[in-house]
Design a protein around this ligand. Structure first.
Ligand SMILES: Nc1nc2c(ncn2[C@@H]2O[C@H](COP(=O)(O)OP(=O)(O)OP(=O)(O)O)[C@@H](O)[C@H]2O)c(=O)[nH]1
Ligand SMILES: [Mg+2]
Length: 430
């Protein structure tokens, strides 16, 4: 569905603009008088705004989906950013995000309210003329009118609710949440039966996504863990495993004051050992090269007093079974150690490939998820898809090449906001 707003000096003019742009099948969803006051005071002149919608299928030739999406996003941004600009930096957490979503809900509710008022004023005019025909007749017709009006209002509310559900599903799928998961989220929310207002609907979707993303699992010691704890970084070629190790090493060393060493079994690529040594030298962290699993017998006793051993591995093609077997051997060599494994995935990888990769690694070990390259895409729905597919904990996100700055523990509120079409996510130069 394509939803667009048209502003003009009169209702007729705005409707004509809508029909011109969207075609004769366009349905008028709402008519609103825009007054320069209240929450949306940035509307300077009194104008009439018509919200019109048309089925995408009918307009597919003239209106590609991406255009519709950018229109909706632009509308949301246009309404929400003036408030955002006035907010202070420190208020950038959950309260602010919820406020943005609430404002979106208020916008939709305002549309409902103004539609109701306009209908009431039209009915008021009809009632005035009826006054002349006699009080009794008027009372009877008023009763019927009230019942009709209530019915009409209920139907309108339901239709607007359905349109809002469609709009939210469209936002989610545009950001690459699968249609199945988008529908599942909306079903869970609407079937809970507690949603009374649109404000509540948006708030529930936002909260539900945060809940589904679950608790983050950054590097830490857990009950029963032994020192040194071995942190594996595995994943496809070029996703950012080595860069992620460099970023995290720096944080663990400088911010958490941990004693760490880096091990690398990536001896396949000529420059790989040099790459990790360059980072490690800057931080004065020891590096050990593990050519084969047997080397660990000599290497490991040197690091008994260390907190963490960060293990870099060669990028594996998820199609190569032999490479997967090599990795298993290295895991086996660490039997008896406390191990935490991160599967590093790029947010730019296609969903179907991510599914294959995650299922391959599930055969090798339990893992936690790191997503890299969030700066290279806005559509980060795959984070939610893969979380729901695998039920493995999420942990860090990386959003640039700068070591050590461009990494942090994933903030589910930012992800939830971004998949709902909110700006300022990890991909926008944080
Ligand atoms: N834009 C962007 N680039 C990144 C990010 N993380 C890593 N890179 C870049 O991706 C490229 C590959 O990074 P590596 O750390 O070598 O990736 P790898 O997974 O170790 O690669 P292999 O060892 O060959 O499997 C480098 O150019 C990195 O600078 C990120 O979050 N965003
Ligand atoms: Mg590497």
């Amino acid at each position: 569905m394509i939803i667009k707003k048209f502003q003009a000096n009169s209702e007729t003019e705005a409707i004509m603009m809508a029909k011109d742009d969207l075609g004769k099948d366009a349905i008028v969803m709402n008519i609103k008088t825009m007054k320069p006051k209240g929450l949306f005071k940035f509307f300077r002149k009194t104008k009439v705004e018509v919200t019109a919608a048309v089925d995408e299928v009918r307009t597919a030739e003239q209106k590609p989906e991406s255009k519709a999406t950018s229109q909706i996003n632009a509308q949301i941004d246009e309404k929400l950013h003036p408030e955002m600009k006035q907010e202070s930096e420190s208020a950038k957490e959950s309260k602010e995000i919820e406020e943005k979503l609430n404002n979106l809900a208020m916008l939709i509710e305002q549309q409902m309210e103004s539609q109701k008022k306009e209908r009431q004023s039209a009915e008021g005019k009809t009632a005035d003329s009826e006054e002349k025909t006699g009080d009794k007749e008027k009372a009877a017709s008023e009763k019927k009118e009230t019942a009709d009006k209530e019915q009409e209002e209920e139907a309108e509310k339901n239709s607007l609710k359905n349109k809002s559900i469609d709009l939210i599903i469209e936002q989610l799928t545009n950001n690459e949440v699968t249609l199945t998961y988008a529908k599942q989220i909306m079903d869970e929310i609407t079937h809970s039966g507690n949603i009374r207002t649109l404000d509540e609907m948006l708030s529930c979707v936002y909260q539900k996504i945060i809940l589904k993303l679950g608790e983050m699992k950054p590097i830490s010691f857990e009950k029963g863990d032994k020192k040194p704890k071995v942190i594996f970084f595995v994943g496809p070629t070029g996703v950012g495993k080595t860069t992620t190790i460099a970023k995290l090493s720096s944080k663990l060393l400088l911010e958490e004051k941990k004693k760490i060493a880096i091990l690398t079994s990536d001896t396949y690529r000529i420059a790989a050992v040099e790459q990790i040594k360059t980072y490690a030298n800057i931080l004065s962290i020891p590096v050990e090269v593990v050519y084969e699993a047997g080397d660990l017998k000599e290497i490991l006793p040197k690091y008994k007093e260390y907190d963490y051993l960060l293990m870099d591995t060669a990028g594996r093609s998820h199609k190569n079974k032999e490479q997967a077997d090599d990795l298993k051997k290295i895991f086996d060599a660490f039997a008896g150690y406390s191990i935490l494994t991160y599967l590093v995935l790029s947010a730019t990888t296609k969903y179907n490939d991510l599914k294959k990769i995650t299922s391959l690694y599930a055969d090798i070990t339990d893992y936690n998820l790191i997503f890299t390259k969030l700066d290279e895409t806005d559509a980060i729905g795959n984070i939610l898809n893969i979380k729901l597919d695998t039920d493995r904990p999420l942990s860090y996100v990386s959003y640039g090449q700068n070591v050590p700055d461009d990494i942090e523990v994933m903030n589910p509120q930012i992800i939830a906001k971004q998949v709902l079409g909110g700006g300022d996510g990890y991909g926008s130069g944080r």
